[in-house]
Design a protein around this ligand. Structure first.
Ligand code: COA
Length: 259
């Protein structure tokens, strides 16, 4: 049914596993399209009460948007990619009336960190690592990271993380409030299911209203997401973006010129 996802429905919880482990589960166009469809299933299938998003393998949750799709894009292509992803996946998760949680099983970088942050809350395995390393590529986050990271961890830490491209481990992520629980990798999905089973005993209409109201309380500046999409697109006009993405794909360090 999906070319890039594995899905399993049991006891009212749909586990959605992004399944490109040889590419660190990077989000290419096919993954975005499949996630869009899977989320429609979560919205519309009455048997699904809650969902878990996780990554295949033991190394990565999602190591970002697929960098190999960036090189051919211009400004319009860059902003269209960001807007389509936000509409099809990230905002759809955030606004889902049924709880959707991230079970972060390894690297959650760039679009992977953004995917986890769009979920209603996050639990992580001890080996999880979070970061927004886009400046290494001459880019900025484009799937809502400038907004949601700032909202979740505060302005100062968000600035530092996005300017340095530093990765943080599960412990620091928990201290910052980015994740709620840390468990051993082999216990991750079990722990996620256990929390969701507890939520299944509560009134679904009330739970949906909690999601809507907490989202309202945590609303980012409305224009923030649109500005991010536009600024992300502008990065695609720069020499530094071509250098950063080429350097990653050629497995070398980039040399930026500020152009
Ligand atoms: N897009 C496309 N391909 C990616 C990718 C991404 N975001 N992240 C990893 N891959 C690919 C690698 O190119 C490599 O492919 P190859 O085997 O065909 O060469 C494969 O996944 C394994 O990654 P590799 O870098 O060899 O693994 P590692 O263990 O040395 O490093 C990471 C793991 C996650 C630290 C590293 O892959 C990385 O930094 N990824 C990019 C993170 C990023 O910048 N994300 C933001 C994107 S906007």
């Amino acid at each position: 049914m999906y070319s890039t996802l594995l899905t399993e429905l049991a006891n009212g919880t749909l586990v959605i596993t992004i399944n490109r482990p040889d590419k660190m589960n990077a989000l290419n166009k096919d993954v975005i399209a499949d996630l869009d469809k899977a989320l429609d299933e979560v919205y519309n299938n009455a048997e699904i009460k809650t969902a878990i998003i996780t990554g295949a393998g033991e190394k990565a949750f999602v190591a970002g948007a697929d960098i190999s799709e960036f090189l051919s894009l211009d400004e319009k292509g860059g902003s269209t990619l960001a807007k389509a992803g936000q509409d099809m996946v990230f905002n759809k998760i955030e606004n889902c009336p049924k709880p959707v949680i991230a079970a972060v099983n390894g690297f959650a970088l760039g679009g992977g960190c953004e995917l986890a942050m769009s979920c209603h809350f996050r639990i992580a395995s001890a080996n999880a690592k979070f970061g927004q390393p886009e400046v290494n590529l001459g880019l900025i986050p484009g799937y809502g990271g400038t907004q949601r990271l700032t909202q979740l961890v505060g302005k100062g830490k968000a600035m530092e993380l996005m300017m340095t491209a530093d990765m943080i481990g599960a412990d620091e992520a928990k201290t910052l409030g980015l994740v709620n629980h840390i468990v051993a990798l082999e216990e991750l999905i079990g722990k996620a299911k256990e929390i969701l089973q507890k939520i299944h005993t509560k009134a679904p209409v009330a739970v949906a209203k909690v999601i809507a109201c907490v989202n309202d309380a945590a609303k980012c500046v409305p224009a923030g997401f649109d500005n991010e999409i536009a600024r992300f697109g502008e990065c695609f006009t720069t020499e530094d973006m071509k250098e950063g993405t080429s350097a990653f794909l050629e497995k070398r360090k980039p040399v930026f010129k500020g152009k």
